[in-house]
Ligand binder design. Sequence first.
Ligand SMILES: Cc1cc2nc3c(=O)[nH]c(=O)nc-3n(C[C@H](O)[C@H](O)[C@H](O)COP(=O)(O)O)c2cc1C
Length: 387
Amino acid sequence: MTVVTNIDDLKQIYRRRAPKMFYDYAESGSWTEQTFRENVSDFEKIYFRQRVAVDMVNRSTKTQMIGQDVAMPVALAPVGLTGMQCADGEIKAARAAEKFGVPFTLSTMSICSIEDVAENTTQPFWFQVYTLKDDDFMRRLFERARAANCSAIVITVDLQLMGQRHKDLKNGLSAPPKLTLKSMADMMTKIHWGLGMLGTKRRFFGNIVGHAHGVKDPASLGSWTTEAFDQSLDWKRIAKFREMWGGKVIIKGILDPEDAKMAAKIGADAIIVSNHGGRQLDGALSSIRALQPILDAVGDKIEVHLDSGIRSGQDVLKAVAMGAKGTYIGRAFTYGLGAMGEAGVTKALEIIHKELDMTMALCGHRDITEVSPDILLLPEDFAGDWA
Ligand SMILES: Cc1cc2nc3c(=O)[nH]c(=O)nc-3n(C[C@H](O)[C@H](O)[C@H](O)COP(=O)(O)O)c2cc1C
């Protein structure tokens, strides 16, 4: 039995336990996967300044994201099909997050519905929406999120069309999985996963099937998704969604200072500097490399968060020291969930917290709200100067 000491250990267990189709779905980026890889490798280019003989007793990683108290500046990112990585995955991840004291964000493309998650948790969670053409459906989603007591909406703006991941096409990804000889042979070796799936009714897209016009069963979902995303999206429409919701709004998928300014202008509460975990525009900058110019442009006007590539508490500290007020983990919690269910998500959060806390201490700080860029050695080309 592996002694789990880091996020990669969870990934190795997850790889053994989840059907290949779903492991590949999470562990891939679009096209050549350059951005997917650089999201991680660019973090390694930033160094810490070690300090000694500084009192490190009584440390705190507590802070706030959009005015909400958090045990550390880390939220769970919206991840579609989480309930296929492990039965009832969204409920399990949300429970782990609430016990740890960090926000959980439910994806529109989740398996467990908004209502399922609300019924099985006690704290308000955040709900992520895509920018869809159908106003009625959007309005109903917002109503359902309000009824479920969601405390913020995350509007994902970087998916007007979907990036191509070669593995998903080759594997014939679907939820529930299509039963082919190949997929059945693979699933028969994933006994724990299979038993979990047999024991739950939640195997379809819970927020969509039976709620979107014309999507009465899982078979009609495919055509709906290709039709539903709004390629004519503009900032007026994003502002309209903000009005429709009427509460706190986080805009997810910003990589450019000009777009960050637009998000601030329409009155969003926060932005997430994100390239969707390298799943959309391959060849775009890693999020950590895109951060500084965005902070320079809007850091005093709007809360700036970051995701994509975070695999450790050290990565969280690098982003926060640069000026991000919060970070999100997508794959890091998915590995934990696929490895060990709710306990695995808790484990992922514990690992990240410990790494964050210890690194902060060794850099001479006791309070996460007081760390500054002083603790970092940042490569010059992270400042955003391009020819
Ligand atoms: C398997 C998977 C599914 C995702 N589904 C969604 C989604 O439904 N909505 C969304 O806004 N982002 C989605 N994302 C992107 C994440 O919210 C987040 O931006 C990304 O995972 C961050 O990168 P990381 O995985 O390196 O932490 C997904 C990411 C993964 C890996």
